[in-house]
Design a protein. Structure first.
Length: 579
């Protein structure tokens, strides 16, 4: 019997493959007495050498995808497995107490973990505690015959089933084999969803039941366009999905013809369709898709993919590389947005009750100015190599924007005094992610060069609904008239001062939202590279004068998110509907 699992459509496309569970097994066990001590010690030795073999494969894969320095953590894990002191203590315990290897292993490694964790003045040794825990888990899994998932070992087409996905999970996989992601947690703007769009892998997130309902090897079909999956599908269902996959591929190849076209509405208005990136490695997909700009470079990924604060030169090289690759097209680089759900192991932040409302982004930058100044210097220096624009995240007040601008000006003056060349007129903008700044846009517009509306956060703060929490995902309401009013206020305020209004939240690539945003006159739409051609194709079919009227109706007559959605669907002629 086939079983349908519904979730949130997070990344377009159709996937058909066997399930691969990226889920940790239950490793609980009972303490037992044993009689054959030598056999037990041998069983432990075998589990250790199997673990070492796993780690070698994972290490090689990590070196290939993440680089040598990231792979070193697995060397540390292998070194633990070879530690003669620890091994002899475990063997001794098996001999003296006649207990099973699982028990002896955990008793001894627990002692090591307690000692390491107690070294509060030695951060390096404290981190080794986590390594010992990891290694213990791996050896236990071999002893119990319940293998840990090893995404690095995926070597056939699979749909990955997970509770949630982290960047390090995906970094270990050969994503060429991954046909889809199906997760329990997450919303459309959670980072797992954004990551699957960047990787162009169909995804359904926030299903709440994927890891309960799907077993390893089950056959699964997944529809990332409409947000559902079917487990053990019938032959008929597989056929339907195959047809949809063919149709989707045909649409994609139609869109590809627009790679070098401009983004123009039916009535001849020019817009800019831009891309969001996280690292310079993403830039190829951006130029392949014919983006007119990079509308958001989330620089925190440079910090997250490193084990220390990236130096001025490392950052300079990354920014320069992107500026050069875009060949004079605008590149909007956002200063670091750490905090909220993005953490740095080497920059411990205070524990917070509400991290999304806490110490985050520009709040950290203005407080820890050395980090901010290093980043600004790298950005200013890189401005010589293209059209770099700088954007500050999470601006809530004019005072914050002015303070950030002041630090920027100070660093610019210092570099000028040092004789370092940079572009004359670097534009400074801000993200509009906080309702206060959207409401006060008329005043901000006098001082900024551009706005970029970050709807992922603006929606979470407007409706007070955590963007990663599937229980409140119904409040992710990009078409709600209350939100549309805020957005229109920002666009109008920008234009009154002759400034650019952009959007870089996921809403900018949403097929229902795009015609409304065009009707409001939003200038730039920045999105995952994979959405660019679809949006450009949709724009060609939109008459902005008609849609200005639809916007009026949506904002002044409609009362709910659903009513606006229906209104837009009614106005999208069949020929304009993008499925
Ligand atoms: C946003 O909030 O819409 C945004 C683009 O920033 P991020 O998703 O990185 O928070
Ligand atoms: Mg944001």
């Amino acid at each position: 019997m086939s079983k349908r699992i519904s979730g949130i459509a997070a990344s377009d496309g159709i996937g058909i493959a066997k399930a691969y569970r990226l889920v940790n097994p239950d490793l609980s066990f009972d303490k037992k007495s044993i009689t054959d001590v030598n056999a037990e010690i041998q069983r432990l030795g075998q589990a250790m050498s199997d673990s070492k073999a796993d780690l070698q494969v994972i290490r090689d894969k990590a070196a290939e995808t993440l680089g040598e320095s990231e792979a070193e953590v697995f060397d540390a894990h292998m070194a633990i497995l070879a530690d003669p002191e620890m091994i002899s203590q475990i063997d001794e315990l098996i001999k003296s107490q006649k207990i099973n290897a699982e028990e002896a292993l955990t008793e001894i490694t627990d002692q090591f973990i307690t000692i390491f964790e107690g070294m509060t003045d030695n951060k390096y040794m404290q981190e080794r505690a986590a390594d010992v825990k990891d290694v213990t888990k791996r050896v236990l899994s071999h002893l119990l015959g319940k293998l840990l998932p090893n995404p690095a070992l995926i070597n056939e087409p699979v749909i990955v089933i997970a509770h949630d996905l982290t960047p390090s999970d995906t970094a270990q996989m050969d994503t060429n084999y991954v046909q889809g992601f199906l997760t329990d947690l997450g919303g459309r703007t959670s980072h797992s969803a954004i990551m699957s769009r960047t990787l162009e892998i169909p995804a359904v997130v926030g299903s709440e039941q994927a890891t309960q309902a799907v077993k390893n090897g089950d056959s699964v079909v997944l529809n990332g366009l409409d947000g559902f999956a079917v487990v053990s599908p019938s032959a008929n269902e597989v056929k339907q999905f195959q047809e949809q996959a063919v149709q989707y591929a045909a649409e994609k190849s139609e869109w590809r013809k627009l790679r070098d076209a401009e983004s123009i509405s039916k009535d001849g208005k020019h817009f800019e369709v831009a891309a969001n990136i996280g690292t310079p490695d993403d830039i190829k997909a951006v130029t392949d898709a014919g983006a007119e700009a990079v509308g958001l470079f989330r620089t925190e990924f440079l910090y997250m993919n490193s084990d220390k604060l990236p130096s001025e030169d490392e950052q300079f090289n990354a920014y320069k590389q992107v500026a050069e690759a875009m060949k004079g097209k605008p590149v909007v680089i956002r200063t670091m947005d750490i905090g909220g759900d993005k953490h740095l192991s080497y920059l411990p932040l205070p524990e917070e009750m509400n991290p999304f409302l806490g110490y985050r982004a520009i709040r950290i930058s203005l407080d820890r100015q050395a980090i901010f100044r290093t980043q600004l210097r790298a950005l200013i220096r890189a401005s010589k190599y293209g059209e770099i624009r700088i954007m500050f995240p999470m601006i809530a007040t004019l005072v914050e924007f002015r303070a950030a601008k002041k630090v920027f000006t100070e660093e610019k003056n210092k570099l000028a005094a040092e004789g370092v060349p940079f572009a004359d007129d670097i534009k400074l903008g801000m993200m509009v992610e906080i309702p206060a700044s959207a409401v006060f846009a008329d005043q901000f517009a006098k001082e900024v060069d551009f706005f970029s509306i970050g709807t992922n956060d603006l929606i979470q703060y407007t409706f007070a609904a955590d963007r990663g929490n599937e229980h409140v995902s119904y409040l992710y309401q990009p078409y709600n008239p209350a939100l549309l009013r805020l957005i229109k206020n920002v666009v109008t305020a920008a234009h009154r001062e002759g400034k650019i209004a952009a959007m870089c939240g996921e809403m900018a690539g949403d097929k229902i939202a795009v015609p409304l945003l065009m009707g409001m006159g939003l200038d730039e739409y920045s999105m995952s590279a994979t959405s660019i051609l679809r949006v450009r194709s949709q724009m060609k079919k939109i008459d902005t004068t008609d849609w200005t009227k639809v916007v009026d109706e949506a904002i002044n007559t409609c009362q709910t998110h659903e009513e606006v959605k229906e209104l837009v669907e009614k106005h999208l002629q069949p020929s304009q509907t993008i499925e």
